[in-house]
Design a protein around this ligand. Structure first.
Ligand code: PLP
Length: 420
């Protein structure tokens, strides 16, 4: 039927019936009743399948924890054979508290503090990804020969990837990494190679996000190959950035296709001993989750119908930040033709608090109905805020017919805990 929600936006284990959707064998209606709304529901089967796909696709692969992190997630990705990329001490701390070994951690950051670097060195992370000359100064002060640290150098290859295209830019304007074209990358590598206590394993380049055009990775490896040869490097990390389809009409390469494209480029351009690694975030978690909201108000304003839900820009800031689109469906009528067009808004005191500008839903959606936005597993919870002192939603993992709460809903006491 025209307008029915496309199941390819749903997690792998989703089963659609006439009056409900189950994920991991658990009814979404029952989940909302038990845990309340808004609620993030992650399908463990999808998470694990994407992790396995990534492990098979690359020589080494780290999950970009900025896309979604909690203790259960950190343990899950490591169980599946991935490492974890962290960008701050906060992410590092949570990962270590979750019981993950430091040897699974890759530390990023364009402004790592002395404390962050010292902690990473003390616990013995797998890689520190060096961003700039000031960081090299800091590392020089912090390392001693007794405990060598393994590093990658983040470089700027002059390739910028956007959703459907990539461009080669001679002049890179970014806060991340060291420029190849201006000689900074060579200078950093030469300096680091002469330093006692620092072992440079390779280079790293992250060229964009929501990339649908795999040619961007070939162009990147082409540029990196010169540095690999000059400095006798053994590892190239292509970062993350693989796109996912959020709305009808989009389609993205799979992780397997991405890995194949990267490997083919590496085989063409790099010596065979070079290990090729990656750090996907969005492509691992985005489609694994959906968010459940309850409709609290329906309002007609001229030709437009507004539906106000019990969350908004605090649990999903992507529409406001990036103008990102999402699909939506009514949980109790997932097969119904979505004949109505609604502007789905949140509950924040902000007119820009729009989740979906023109969502297709059954025309009779009403106050009290449960609606779901699929593909919300990446950069939703991890970017969530307490704007308007709204408490952050709970997060459940579902699988094998059971739900487990992995992050409880925030309470008003949680919000008050910083008051002195
Ligand atoms: C260095 C680095 N690696 C990996 C990622 C993950 O990217 P994505 O979630 O698009 O796969 C990012 C995202 O910003 C990043 O900056």
């Amino acid at each position: 039927v025209a307008g029915v929600i496309d199941p390819t936006f749903l997690p792998d284990s989703a089963v659609v019936s006439n009056d409900d959707v189950t994920v991991g064998g658990v009814s979404l209606t029952a989940l909302a009743d038990e845990f309340g709304t808004p609620l993030f529901v992650y399908d463990e089967a999808t998470l694990r399948a994407r992790c396995r796909e990534a492990v098979a696709a690359f020589d080494d692969v780290a999950f970009a924890s900025k896309s979604f992190l909690c203790g259960a997630m950190a343990r899950l990705v490591v169980e599946e054979g991935m490492r974890i990329d962290v960008a701050t001490e906060g992410e590092l701390d949570l990962v270590l508290r979750s019981g993950v070994d430091a040897s699974c951690v890759v530390l990023h950051g364009n402004n790592k503090s002395d404390a962050e670097l010292a902690r990473a060195i003390e616990v013995g992370v797998h890689r520190i990804v060096i961003d700039n000359f000031d960081e090299i100064d800091r590392l020089e002060r912090l390392v001693d020969g007794s405990r060598p640290i393994d590093c990658l150098v983040r470089v700027v290859p002059g390739v910028e990837a956007h959703t459907h295209e990539f461009v080669r830019t001679g002049q890179e304007d970014t806060k991340f990494g060291l420029s190849i074209s201006r000689g900074d990358a060579d200078a950093a590598l030469a300096r680091l190679n002469a330093l006692e206590g620092i072992r440079v394993r390779g280079i790293h380049a992250h060229v964009g996000s929501q990339i649908f055009e795999l040619g961007a990775f070939d162009a990147t490896i082409e540029v990196l190959a010169r540095l690999v040869a000059t400095h006798h490097l053994e590892e190239v990390c292509v970062g993350g950035g693989l796109g996912v389809a959020y709305v009808t009409g989009e389609s993205a390469p799979t992780i397997t296709e991405w890995g194949r494209a990267v490997r083919e480029a590496a085989a063409r351009r790099l010596p065979p001993h070079v290990r090729v690694s990656a750090e996907p975030g969005r492509s691992i978690v985005a489609r694994a989750a959906l968010t459940l909201y309850r409709v609290g108000a329906r309002k007609q304003v001229y030709a437009r119908t507004y539906l106000a839900v019990d969350g908004g820009m605090s649990d999903n800031p992507r529409p406001v930040l990036y103008g990102s689109g999402y699909e939506a469906f009514m949980v109790a009528a997932p097969r119904a033709e979505r004949g109505g067009i609604f502007r789905i808004v949140g509950k924040h005191c902000e007119s820009g608090d729009v989740l979906i500008d023109a969502a297709e839903l059954p025309g009779d959606v009403a106050v009290g109905d449960l609606i779901a936005t699929p593909v919300t597993g990446a950069y939703g919870y991890s970017m969530a805020s307490n704007y308007n002192r709204v408490t952050r939603p709970a997060v459940v993992f579902v699988g094998d017919g059971a739900a487990r709460l992995v992050l409880r809903r925030e309470t008003l006491d949680d919000l008050a805990r910083l008051e002195v």
